[in-house]
Ligand binder design. Structure first.
Ligand code: RI2
Length: 321
């Protein structure tokens, strides 16, 4: 078998930016990956449909192998690459197909977030305090819609070690005029009595309604349950993982240990193991509602939406090379 074609430099650069989390957040990763496939298609000099397909699959594989947990990434690649089957036309036709699908995917992403935000906003009433974890564009959209329709909200924002994505949330909520109290992660339980909702995003949602999200979500949900605080997950449907329909488990990304502790400090402490899982799994019994652009679902019934959207087949065209 010949070597796979070298992806376009824009694809390599996007893959690097996703891996290093210059681009982060499940939706942003999907958007960037789709855009990179668009560049690969636009600038391809492939002489045959077979060569064009091989280039696109190689590019998709490079993007796919960057971060393993957020299913929005393979879902984006799948969406863009459908329509590249044998007999689907000459290179120009395939190029136009990819470009059309990239544009559609990116526009749908924005539209879905907007619709979801409108639906999620309905959960909030004047004076509510919302606790957030990490940074999720889908979660922020719910608050944004509520604020824009005149609902006064306050937020307790967890900083979210080790990468402090809570700072992004805090900044965006301040831009919306929402009063923000930033807390360390360890203070979450202490503040749980003072909040009316726990609002988080998701990187993947499994067919049984389990929510895979930034590390710390699962414990936070236990704390919220203990205090009777409703737990809302804002996740547009590209976060639904079709492979879990056939029982596959979601892979939890382990990130660089230096995100937790730098080598020098580690050396000073002495012989220790360090672990840095980026995500955890919150069981469906600890989630009240999953808010999507198609409506709100109790976690146990999200499987119905998954079957409707994906059927049972989940192609992985990047495996073809
Ligand atoms: P949106 C983030 O992961 C967080 O876990 C967040 O809840 C999720 O992506 C969804 O983000 P990371 O990329 O798509 O910071 O809602 O590791 O923006």
């Amino acid at each position: 078998m010949s070597n796979p074609p070298e992806p376009h430099r824009e694809v390599r650069e996007t893959a690097r930016r996703i891996a290093e989390m210059d681009v982060r957040g499940a939706a942003a990763i999907a958007d960037a990956a789709a855009a990179a496939l668009g560049v690969q298609a636009a600038e391809s000099g492939a002489a045959s449909p077979q060569a064009f397909r091989a280039e696109l699959y190689a590019a998709a594989r490079e993007l796919h192998d960057t971060r393993p947990t957020a299913v929005s990434l393979p879902n984006a690649l799948r969406y863009v690459l459908s329509g590249l089957n044998d007999g689907d036309g000459d290179v120009e036709t395939l190029r136009r197909t990819v470009e059309r699908r990239v544009a559609r995917f990116r526009a749908d992403l924005d539209a879905a977030r907007d619709r979801l935000g409108g639906i999620g906003a309905g959960r909030f009433t004047d004076g509510d305090v919302v606790m957030t974890h990490c940074h999720s564009t889908d979660a922020v959209a719910c608050i944004e819609h509520a604020v824009e329709s005149g609902v006064d909200l306050e937020a307790v924002v967890k900083e979210t070690r080790p990468r402090n994505q809570g700072h992004v949330t805090a900044r965006q909520l301040r831009e919306l005029g929402v009063p923000v109290t930033l807390i360390v992660d360890n203070a979450a339980h202490r503040f749980m009595n003072d909040v009316d909702h726990l609002l988080v995003g998701a990187d993947s949602i499994a067919a049984d309604g389990s929510v895979i999200n930034k590390i710390g979500t699962a414990g936070l949900a236990v704390s919220a349950r203990d205090r009777g605080t409703p737990i809302i997950v804002a996740a547009q449907s590209i976060k639904l993982d079709p492979q879990t329909l056939t029982g596959e488990a979601v892979t939890i990304e382990e990130r660089d240990l230096e995100e937790v502790i730098d080598a020098e400090t580690r050396g000073e402490i002495g012989e220790i193991e360090v672990a840095n899982p980026a995500f955890d799994v919150t069981p469906p019994r600890h989630v009240d509602a999953i808010v999507t652009e198609h409506g709100q679902f109790p976690p146990e019934s999200v499987v119905v939406l998954m079957r409707e959207l994906f059927g049972n087949g989940v192609p992985e065209p990047w495996e073809k090379i």
